[in-house]
Design a protein around this ligand. Structure first.
Ligand code: ATP
Ligand code: MG
Length: 201
């Protein structure tokens, strides 16, 4: 069994850790916006993005949301954020491709959403741009990945971008600064439990 450290040893160890952490904090001195990707099969990608939206709004930042897949149902984030005075909110994409079953229509909807997104990615007044469910646009070849990456790289230097969706392509991950892959450990849906208002939508 591990011996409990005496108070002096504990204090010395914590002081050492504090010194290392302070050094890392001091070294991270670049001032720039970042690209965050939330991908993976687990639940929590869009809800995390909307968590960052709430944080940004807390500081009075101007934010934009572009949803690349429009679900058939309303969801709590639309109801809460769409009419917020500091949020420019667009739910523009088509439905799920297995619902629309029309590749040309999906492509047009994707292009329309991307045109709106592209404008926002050139606006330095926007501190945060959320591109919700963007990754699906590459799976079905609805958008050109190179164009998206080039636009992201040319955006205003202080602008933050959050991208969500499963299966983020490698080149997009390469272009990002922070990437989290959310692992699906369990989901209530597979036990036949109905989607919960406020949790799922
Ligand atoms: P959330 O919006 O809850 O953060 P998400 O953005 O990570 O979810 P999406 O793939 O966009 O996940 O799925 C949207 C909907 O499907 C949400 O209602 C979500 O709860 C649900 N969902 C997410 N992951 C799973 C899963 N692994 N199995 C079943 N349903 C899921
Ligand atoms: Mg999502």
């Amino acid at each position: 069994m591990k011996k409990t450290a005496n108070p002096d040893q504990h204090q010395q160890r914590m002081a050492k850790i504090k010194h290392q952490i302070d050094k890392k904090i001091a070294a991270a001195d670049k001032q720039q916006g970042i690209i965050v990707i939330l991908t993976g099969n687990g639940k929590g990608k869009s809800s995390s993005a909307f968590g960052m939206l709430a944080r940004s709004l807390g500081y009075g930042h101007q934010c934009s949301v572009i949803q690349f897949i429009k679900g058939a149902w309303e969801c709590g984030e639309d109801l809460f954020f769409a009419n917020h005075s500091n949020v420019d909110y667009h739910s523009l994409g088509g439905g799920f491709t297995w619902e629309t079953q029309n590749h040309e229509a999906d492509k047009q909807a994707a292009k329309k959403a991307w045109d709106v997104a592209k404008q926002r990615l050139q606006n330095p007044d926007l501190n945060l741009v959320i591109l919700d469910e963007l990754t699906y646009m590459f799976r079905q070849e609805l958008l050109d990945l190179d164009d998206v990456i080039a636009t992201l790289q040319q955006r205003p230097s202080m602008q933050n971008v959050v991208i969500t969706g499963r299966g983020a392509p490698d080149a997009l991950i390469e272009a990002a600064d922070t990437v989290s892959e959310i692992k699906d450990v369990k989901h209530a849906f597979r036990q036949g439990i109905k989607a919960q208002k406020g949790i799922e939508f």
